[in-house]
Design a protein around this ligand. Structure first.
Ligand code: FAD
Length: 426
């Protein structure tokens, strides 16, 4: 009999909870499914698909030392599992829980199919320390404010929660089979030239002092690795506990937004605060285009958008400035910005992206109040005082062709205040 391990957002052999549990059963076939429902709509050279493929390649190479390999499939997960049921005598399927609304639906369908054949789908907690309703208020309701969530998170935490699952030590329990390999071309993609940076944690001792200065470029770049599971969250939390409280807080923000999306899936495309649904955003396509291309005439906004367009990454402080500028200065619906970031960010994660966009637009839970409007010029003076960051990305800053600010800050600020006041009080 065979056990299947289904890789998804956990592309690593080390400290992988679901893989560890599967290996306990023996004769494990690891699989990964390229799902057309997720891939359709991505550009053919999407760097995230290249990254996933590279990661699977490296896993496969490691598994070959054990006479095994990953089985890759391209198709709807239910169809793939029908094929696997026909082909093998499956005892159980193990996987790590994915909490996003689409994944929950997909997994429900797969679970039902497997159950009809008497096969259990066993889901393991792997991408968070606390999942779903593990951190809720005393009355059982979910938290919608970060600080009490964090307090409860810390009070419930104990170090054993970060103990590693030594999956990498049991790889001899894999089935000895030739991998079923697919190239990028086989799934309709080409290799991207945008690389994913490795995690950098050397400076974590000073994280809180330097993290807000984009020119220093000293943040951990862990987001993309946490997104695809190329690092274990247990490892990152252990590191944070040893080095920096603020860094730990950031990892808790990640879990805060994950549980918000889990409990309030409608907030994917609807404001958390329902009365904000009536805001008639201006949504000027020409304004939006200037923002996307980094041509607003505000160097900090333009630097951020150009960094995003060229590298698939943007520094957190600048993400806040760019998001605020789009929603508050230009009065463009946060969903437009969220969708643009989703297309471009290597670390795009639905819960963090939606949560942070709603935060910036003031429509979210525990969001910045609508009358707090980032001033892109004072943000520049404060966080990039020597203009090093903007000069790195806005190379035409001194040229005549560099645009004038597309809107005066004071005017935009007043327009924004009037907009929110008028439409929220009606
Ligand atoms: P570090 O500063 O080193 O932070 C460490 C880790 O903490 C991050 O890797 C991330 O997992 C977590 N983290 C930090 N800040 C936040 C936050 N505000 N919310 C949730 N988790 C956080 N992060 C994503 O992972 N995916 C997204 O799609 C995403 N979209 C965003 C959109 C906007 C408008 C804003 C303002 C922020 C967004 N963030 C998103 C959060 C944050 O900007 C990134 O996590 C961070 O910049 C990634 O770089 P880093 O790993 O070097 O961060």
């Amino acid at each position: 009999q065979t056990t299947i391990f289904w890789f998804r957002r956990d592309l690593r052999l080390e400290d992988n909870h679901g893989l560890f549990r599967a290996l306990g059963q023996g004769n494990v076939i690891p699989v990964f499914i390229f799902d057309p429902d997720i891939l359709s709509g991505l550009s053919p050279d999407d760097p995230r698909v290249t990254f996933i493929h590279q990661q699977l390649q490296s896993i496969n190479q490691n598994l070959q030392r054990f006479g095994s390999g990953v089985h890759l499939f391209h198709g709807k997960p239910n169809d793939v599992f029908k094929h696997l049921i026909d082909r093998y005598r499956i005892k159980a399927v193990f996987t790590n829980t994915d909490y996003e609304p689409y994944a929950q639906k997909r997994d429900h369908l797969v679970k039902t199919l497997l159950a009809s054949q008497g096969i259990p789908l066993i889901e393991c907690k792997d991408q968070v320390i606390f999942e779903r309703s593990e951190i809720v208020k005393d009355d059982g309701n979910p938290y919608t404010v970060f600080t009490p969530f964090k307090k409860k998170w810390l009070s419930r935490f104990y170090p054993e929660l970060t103990l590693a699952f030594a999956s990498e030590k049991h790889l001899e329990k894999l089935a000895r089979i030739a991998p079923n390999w697919l190239s990028l071309k086989d799934i309709g993609f080409t290799a991207s030239s945008i690389p994913v940076k490795p995690i950098n944690t050397e400076f974590l001792d000073h994280y809180d002092a330097i993290r807000d200065f984009p020119a220093k470029d000293q943040t951990s770049y862990a987001s993309v690795h946490l997104r695809f599971g190329t690092v274990s969250v247990r490892k990152m939390v252990t590191l944070a506990l040893r080095t920096n409280e603020t860094y730990l807080s950031e990892l808790i923000w990640r879990e805060f937004f994950m549980q918000i999306l889990y409990h309030f899936p409608k907030t994917v495309d609807r404001p958390f605060k329902s009365r904000y649904a009536r805001l008639p955003w201006r949504n000027d396509p020409a304004d939006f285009k200037k923002w996307c291309h980094g041509k607003t005439g505000y160097p900090l906004v333009d630097a951020g958008m150009r960094q995003l367009n060229q590298t698939g990454y943007m520094h957190n402080r600048i993400r806040m400035v760019c998001a605020s500028f789009l929603c508050k200065h230009l009065l463009v619906d946060w969903r437009w910005g969220e969708a643009y970031f989703a297309r471009k960010l290597l670390d795009f994660d639905l819960s963090a992206n939606v949560g942070n966009w709603q935060w910036a637009a003031s429509t979210g839970c525990d969001a910045v109040p609508y009358f707090r409007i980032f001033n892109p010029e004072s943000q520049l003076k404060k966080f990039d005082p020597q203009s090093q960051y903007i000069r790195r990305w806005v190379t035409d800053l001194d040229e005549l062709s560099y645009p004038q600010p597309m809107i005066d800050h004071k005017e935009a600020r007043q327009r924004c205040l009037d907009f929110f006041k008028t439409h929220l009080n009606n």
